[in-house]
Design a binder for this molecule. Sequence first.
Ligand SMILES: Nc1ncnc2c1ncn2[C@@H]1O[C@H](COP(=O)(O)OP(=O)(O)OP(=O)(O)O)[C@@H](O)[C@H]1O
Ligand SMILES: [Mg+2]
Length: 432
Amino acid sequence: MKCFYYFKDKSRSNNKQLSAPELKEQKKPFQFSVDEPERVIKSSGSSASARGIPELYEEKAHNLRVFSFAELGRATNDFSRLLKIGEGGFGSVYKGSIKPVEGNGDPVLVAIKRLTKDALQGHKQWLAEVQFLGVVEHPHLVKLIGYCASDGERGIQRLLVYEYMPNKSLESHLFDKAYDPLPWKTRLEIALGSAQGLAYLHEELEVQVIYRDFKSSNVLLDERFKPKLSDFGLAREGPVAGDTHVSTSVMGTYGYAAPDYVETGHLTVKSDVWSYGVVLYEILSGRRSVERNRPKMEQKLLEWVKQYPPDSKKFCLIMDPLLKGQYSISGARKVAKLADNCLRRNAKDRPTMSQVVERLKQIIQSSDEGNPAEKSIEVHENDPVEHEEKLNQSASSELWRKRMEHLAKLGEHVESASRRRFMILQKTNMTF
Ligand SMILES: Nc1ncnc2c1ncn2[C@@H]1O[C@H](COP(=O)(O)OP(=O)(O)OP(=O)(O)O)[C@@H](O)[C@H]1O
Ligand SMILES: [Mg+2]
């Protein structure tokens, strides 16, 4: 899903190979401000920060590698279509292989994101991404290895080079039938890791960072399905001391952005908390935040799930059928309640991300401590609601089985197509 608004950037630069993005003195093309001048509303009780991202970036910029465009061309067989692994609002993403820093040893697998030629507005996002990812460092944030900025014969080129994440995104595994559905435990671990990434941005850095584009396609998965947040193009510094929020142009992705932010342009960390709540419901239901091809009442996930509150008998009807009933109902109810808290209309009533992390840890721990035999479907004796759910579940599990058989048949074609793609990739000259 694409972002619903990108700001325009008219800045152009001269024909030259650019090295480290400058932050302070040089206003164009590398001006730091990634939005229009801010209007800040005064209030009390918000975070103070002695240094901002530009200062912190200056300190850490040397950790990023600066690539030439030719180098990244070689890394991707001249941006071969066969090595294209994704496409978003910024441009195309390619799998590539680069030499290690010292030049010795095995080539390093990377993902290279290339700004589409005419997406000039993407320049500011490219710059924000370099600067924010140049500063942050956390096991649940994707690592930026380096970048390329070159203005030459082949036009303006802006690229980003990331560590390669082999298991696609949370979005792929939740919604794309070509990928294996994620088991319940993995979903909880992904929810927890993503929450830890956001909590780090909000609460653990010298400067508060608002991510602003939390969604399942920006949660990438490593070889062990550990989640890492990617895409810092829309990230912003939080309000300075004495302010409650920053005022910005409204940017983000339709279906994930907090209503208070969309209505007022007032951005706080609680806008991220809302988006996180949306993704929690995607994880539970296996449905996208917005699906235009569903009946009208089901198109907007948050409106649809409202009919099935966490404490109601009908709650399990929102659960992803691809889980085939293999989840803890009481755990799922707790996750849905947590999501509802994140989705409070009043931003102040939403929990902080560190509170979300703590709650998820408790939920995971209580499901780990539960009797393994009860893990798939927990039923508390004398609990008529849960008893009825169990009956519903066993009746529907037969339906699930049939549906899965049917899907497996349908999937044979998809699988063979993706196998084909894999074989083609192996035939290229790339040595990974
Ligand atoms: N570091 C990476 N490693 C492996 N694959 C990646 C990496 N970064 C991105 N991708 C792949 O490229 C896809 C597109 O990513 P991209 O961020 O450009 O678009 P998006 O998140 O789908 O949309 P948007 O532009 O709105 O963020 C991702 O879903 C993922 O499959
Ligand atoms: Mg993305």
